[in-house]
Structure formats: C-alpha cells, structure tokens
Design a protein around this ligand. Structure first.
Ligand code: MF3
Ligand code: CO
Length: 250
C-alpha cells in the first residue's frame, strides 16, 4: 500500500531528516584511518538518542546494529566491526532515524584518509547519480523515469548500477511501497504523487553489478571484488518538486 503523507507528517519526517543529516556531517570529520565502524555505530546511536531519536534499523528484521557499514567491495548491509578502517578504504554508513515516530533514511559513502583516483571518481559519479535521480522525483512522473535517468548516467560513465537492492517508500515503516529501481525505462512504473515520500539510494559498482550475499545472510558484496559506493536521500514529492528531507546543505 502506498501512503500519502500530510503536510504535518512531512514536516515531522523532515525533522528526523535534518537530525540524520547533521549526524552524517559529523561523520565526515570522524571517519579516518584507525577508527572502527563499531565506534561509528555507537557514536550514531548515542547521537540520535541524545537528540530524542532512536536508530530504527536496530532490531529491524533481526538486524543488530544502528547503522550498516559497508566497506570497499561491500555493497550494502555490512555489519559494524572492531577492525579499524584503513587509509584508502571507502565506507558507506546507512542509518534510519526515528524521531517521534517519523522516519528518515540516508546513506553516505566516505573516503578514509587519502583514497585512489579510482575510488574518488566512483564516489563522485555515485553522488551525482543520486541527484540526477532526485531531479525526476516530480509528481506526475513515473518511477521508471528515476530509474532510467540514473542508469543512463551511471552506465554512460562506464560504471554499473546494482539491481538487487532498490529505493522504497518510507513513512512509519522503513520499507513501504513503491519500490524505486535505480535502472529501468522512462514512462514505466508507478506514477509519483504529491505527498509520497521515497528514498533514492543508488549503489554503483566499478565492475559488474552482480552481487552475492555473505554467510551472515545480510551483507551483499560485488562478485568481482571491485569497489561499490552508495548515496541515499529521503525525498518528499511536493507541489514545488522534490524536497530532500535528509539534505546536508544547511
Ligand atoms: N537503510 C536501509 C535501506 O535503505 C535499510 C537497511 S535494513 C537493515 O533500505 F535492517 F539493515 F537495517
Ligand atoms: Co533506504
């Protein structure tokens, strides 16, 4: 079922989004060689709680952590761990904040210290792909418009788009309808309406888009061992266009 949010609900999700965005901005400074993703996980959890929110991922379908921390060839749902990050790694931190029952979901990829040009370019293209998708998140457009725009851009730069994980509607639950594919065909899929809130969260690989699941049943990684990055925002479809609820710009 698709839920249409009231103006009040969108304002509440925006508050959750602003809090999550401020946390990501702090991570930008915190993430460096020697830091562990378990320390980051604890920092995020404490930060949310200190600001009256809770980490929605913890306990979600048995997931044990407040964040997902996916390093290098890990595409998504990496577990926070005690091994320190190394110079040259890239790490994606994904988190869902629950503030007074309203959710916001945002993932961000970070370079650890100085990274290769190859890694830097991947981060740039993946972030750009997110905003190219967001530009299509307009009432009257279809979900396929978002997917095609992202796919065309990413493949045009000779990267690949992960197929096995998608964006999603979000509200009182992390995953609501519709599914937002990051590939597809313009004019296809569900029509976007004012009051819908969705995530757009392209995962982009340097090599092939094929993924495999670790034995832990959660963590997806590239089959060729090459790098993967991801940027995710929560977006409200408004009469004035896409409103990025998790924007880090202010
Ligand atoms: N934030 C993730 C998403 O974008 C949700 C991960 S589910 C969890 O869909 F259980 F791993 F938290
Ligand atoms: Co999401």
């Amino acid at each position: 079922m698709i839920t249409i949010k009231s103006e009040r609900e969108i304002i509440m999700m925006h508050e959750a989004g602003k809090l999550l965005a401020s946390c990501h901005k702090l991570l930008k400074k915190k993430i460096k060689p020697g830091v562990t993703t378990l320390e980051i996980d604890l920092f995020v959890e404490e930060y949310l709680i200190a600001h009256g929110a809770t980490p929605e991922q913890k306990g979600y379908r048995g997931y044990k952590y407040s964040t997902c921390a996916s390093i290098n060839d890990e595409i998504c749902h990496g577990f926070p761990r005690k091994e320190p990050l190394k110079e040259g790694d890239i790490v994606t931190i994904d988190c869902v904040a629950n503030l007074n029952g309203a959710l916001a979901d945002s993932a961000w990829s970070y370079p650890v210290g100085k990274v290769s040009t190859e890694a830097k370019d991947l981060l740039t293209v993946t972030e750009e792909a997110l905003y190219i998708g967001i530009a299509q998140a307009i009432a009257g457009n279809r979900t396929g418009d978002i997917g095609q725009a992202i796919q065309e851009y990413v493949e045009g730069r000779n990267y690949s788009v992960v197929r096995d994980f998608t964006g999603h509607g979000i509200g009182r639950n992390i995953h609501e309808e519709p599914q937002i594919f990051h590939y597809g065909t313009k004019g296809r899929g569900m029509r976007l309406k004012e009051g819908m809130v969705i995530t757009i969260e392209p995962m982009v690989n340097i090599g092939s888009w094929f993924s495999m699941l670790d034995d832990n049943g959660w963590t997806a990684r590239t089959v060729d061992g090459m790098l993967s990055a991801q940027y995710e925002h929560t977006i409200a479809i408004t009469k004035d266009g896409p409103l990025i609820l998790t924007s880090q710009d202010n």
